[in-house]
Design a binder for this molecule. Structure first.
Ligand code: PNS
Length: 159
């Protein structure tokens, strides 16, 4: 069974993430959406909130699971028997950091391949940070995130 990990902070999940996860789910037998627990960052949404929103948004995909992880991504991927890490690439600006991360991960675990999917043009401008900024100023994010996320953002920002 070919298992892939789709890692990220997902604070919160966007339609760009959903696009990549959907496409990964068509290529791999099983996809694990791995939500990073980073004690050095203060996310807008708690781990429980992020996991719940992702599960709800992806419930139509039977071969996708959602879990949290901490520590090294490659350790987690090995522990879950994954042969690949799947990430989305939006623009050249993503490339530098992604190249660094993929290179470090390959040094640490050469058997875990990192695969990049080009983000669909519709979502190339999208990031969790942009979504949070727009939502914080009461902007309309309904075309940027799944329904449940838009609802949660409105609650968070007291709308
Ligand atoms: O959604 P993000 O914040 O761009 O995701 C970044 C993520 C989770 C892929 C990255 O921060 C990560 O893999 N963190 C785990 C720590 C790790 O393995 N570091 C080594 C690679 S530099």
């Amino acid at each position: 069974m070919k298992i892939a990990v789709c890692p990220g902070s997902f604070d919160p999940l966007t339609n760009g993430h959903v696009d990549i996860i959907n496409r990964a789910a068509m290529v791999f037998d099983k996809v694990i959406v791995a939500v990073l627990h980073n004690p050095n960052k203060k996310p807008l949404f708690t781990m429980e909130e992020r996991e719940k929103m992702i599960k709800e948004s992806l419930e139509n995909l039977p071969n996708v699971e959602v879990e949290s992880f901490s520590g090294l991504l490659v350790d987690y991927a090995r522990q879950r028997g994954a042969c690949a890490i799947v990430r989305g690439l939006r623009a050249v600006s993503d490339f530098e950091i992604e190249l660094m991360q993929a290179s470090v991960n390959r040094k640490l675990a050469p058997e875990v391949e990192t695969i990049y999917m080009m983000t669909s043009n519709d979502f190339s401008f999208l990031s969790s940070s942009v979504v949070k900024e727009v939502a914080s100023f009461n902007g309309d994010v309904t075309c940027m995130v799944p329904k449940v996320v838009a609802k949660k953002l409105a609650e968070k920002f007291g709308k």
